[in-house]
Design a protein around this ligand. Structure first.
Ligand SMILES: [Fe+2]
Length: 197
């Protein structure tokens, strides 16, 4: 039985992202995903060898989608609630990997904006297989870096911004950057660096 993790910040305190938007996203989209993951696991419990594999295949596909969606949302909310001022070793690593921090930010924003009007995630991840930190596009909650640790996640599903900004996704991306919790991103970066070593 999976439970909904509470928001790790006061939803009324974000800059440019309303309490109504954040609470709706957390309760309805993320909360709904956790409920659906539990329901899917209950359905799988009832499957036995007398059944054909077809419903198992469908349920297993749903299980991965809901489990990944829950993970992505938990990590997304946890990398919000900060002051948006980059610093620490991860900022140096991002600048080093892309030539400069503004260049990294430009490419990350463009990855997100490439999903505007559609759906998906922009994820900066430590890719253990490649041995480097990379920005990946992620669709349908499932097309994620296979052997990676997410460091910074930007939800580009319309439910992340439509209540506040309609279809103006660029304004949402601006607001997202103003609320990044870089302390949390640095914790993830140090954790991944230890594992890689
Ligand atoms: Fe979402």
């Amino acid at each position: 039985m999976h439970t909904v993790k509470p928001l790790p910040f006061d939803a009324s305190n974000l800059r440019g992202l309303s309490e109504r938007l954040i609470v709706s996203h957390h309760e309805n989209n993320y909360g709904g995903t956790v409920k659906n993951l539990n329901r899917t696991e209950e359905e799988l419990e009832r499957i036995n060898k007398d059944k054909t594999p077809l419903p198992v295949a469908a349920l297993k596909e749903r299980e991965l989608t809901f489990a990944n969606s829950a993970t992505l949302h938990e990590l997304y909310f946890a990398n919000l609630g900060g002051d948006g001022r980059p610093g620490g070793p991860v900022a140096d690593a991002l600048a080093g990997a892309s030539g400069s921090f503004p260049r990294w930010e430009e490419l990350f924003r463009l990855t997100g904006m490439g999903l505007a009007g559609g759906s998906g995630w922009a994820v900066r991840a430590w890719d253990f297989q490649r041995g480097e930190v990379r920005t990946y596009w992620s669709g349908n909650h499932t097309q994620a870096c296979a052997f990676g640790q997410p460091l910074l996640l930007l939800d580009m599903y319309e439910h992340s911004y439509a209540l506040d900004y309609g279809a103006a996704a660029a304004k949402y991306v601006d607001a997202f950057f103003q609320n990044i919790n870089w302390d949390e991103v640095n914790r993830r970066f140090e954790n991944a660096r230890r594992k890689a070593a």
